[in-house]
Write a new protein. Structure first.
Lengths: 208, 208
DNA sequence: ACACATCCATACCGGTTGGTATGATTCACG
DNA sequence: CGTGAATCATACCAACCGGTATGGATGTGT
């Protein structure tokens, strides 16, 4: 009960910090706003986090990374036909995206663009996530090759990195244009790109 | 001589502001730093720009937009074979990119990710650039269709937007990974995507 | 040569920022 | 029951921010 209570307030701070950072970016994220959202005060926050910097890192690791792990990496790892799962994940994101989602953009992408040239620790931490992402897609593509859904001559390494890039890019332009339509259009094109890695144009994908 | 001198200091402020914003983002861009770079003082800056906000807009219009116009839009508009020109522009950017270029990322993309959800005027101004960009590529693709370099069934509207998205996405991940190699790899994949819009896989592109 | 506008430097201001020092309250444990 | 550690609130601070008011210097038109 004791540790539960303390962990709960820590989580509350973490969650509010994530929201503030998602809305305003890390540098513009106001400690005061985070505390106002939680109803707590500075004493609480600086009890759990030594500085704003550490709070940011905790958000990256325990919110962003964890969320991505659950929503993308894990499903890709455990899927029987991971290429289809990849397309499926894109489809889900495209369908469930609403005005606010698009307006705020991808939390990881936002932080990367803002912080990577300014702070090496942030940069390293986020690059780790990026590489995990790329690896997850890479594995999916390689398995896809074994299942004859991806052509053998495809450079899965480069393709995986490009898919991550394009994925973040789709978020980026949709965010600026504030258009869910643009987002879905872009995701569809990205799906088409993945399909273009398959054998002879326009055939279905079912397994061996 | 008079107007020349005043315009010169205005340009100097504009250039320094662009640099500061490119490095730190708009919100974190310090007026003091901009002035330190130019050797001027606040009196000068606030003589030419009523507020930081207006300075930011001027940077977007007179530096970013103008630069893009000269380096991308105009060449695409005037090229005889615009699809090849598009591939060529990508190639140039990939080859000339160095550590610093990649580290700081695309100025427009940086600003979009930071400011579009925070300021409607910024957002509108940048969306205009984005649409001009998309239109430039769209026209290139349509002409490419007429020249049998792009398949007739390709949705040029969607493809153009996707190319812009992926382009910015390549900048984004390369920026975070701080890797010119990753950037070039992504651009190559993007070029392959454009080529995949052409007739029957892997054939050359020369005209009719 | 006088008046006036342009151009820019200096000094200053209110507000916000992240961070800290201190103290009150509560809880775990002997 | 009491003692020390964990948990959080309050008050405060120096630094920095964008912005303004004022004034001096320079040139320009008449």
């Amino acid at each position: 009960m004791d540790t539960k209570q303390s962990d709960l307030t820590r989580e509350k701070i973490l969650h509010a910090a994530f929201g503030e950072i998602h809305r305003n970016g890390f540098q513009a994220a106001s400690i005061a706003n985070i505390l106002a959202d939680t109803g707590l005060t500075k004493g609480a926050l600086y009890h759990y986090f030594p500085a704003k910097h550490a709070l940011g890192l905790a958000v990256i690791d325990e919110v962003i990374r964890a969320g991505l792990e659950e929503m993308v990496f894990s499903p890709l790892r455990e899927a029987e036909y991971p290429v289809e799962e990849l397309l499926n994940i894109m489809q889900c994101k495209a369908e469930y995206a609403d005005e606010d989602t698009v307006r705020l953009g991808c939390p990881l992408n936002n932080l990367m663009q803002e912080m990577s040239p300014l702070d090496d620790v942030f940069q390293a931490r986020m690059t780790l996530i990026l590489k995990a992402w790329k690896t997850a897609i890479f594995n999916a593509l390689v398995i896809g090759q074994r299942q004859h859904q991806i052509r053998p001559d495809v450079d899965c390494e480069a393709a995986a990195l490009f898919i991550v890039s394009a994925w973040e890019g789709c978020w980026g332009v949709a965010k600026n244009m504030q258009s869910v339509h643009a987002f879905r259009s872009c995701i569809t094109q990205l799906q088409d790109y993945v399909l273009s890695l398959g054998p002879r144009p326009g055939l279905e994908m079912k397994a061996s």
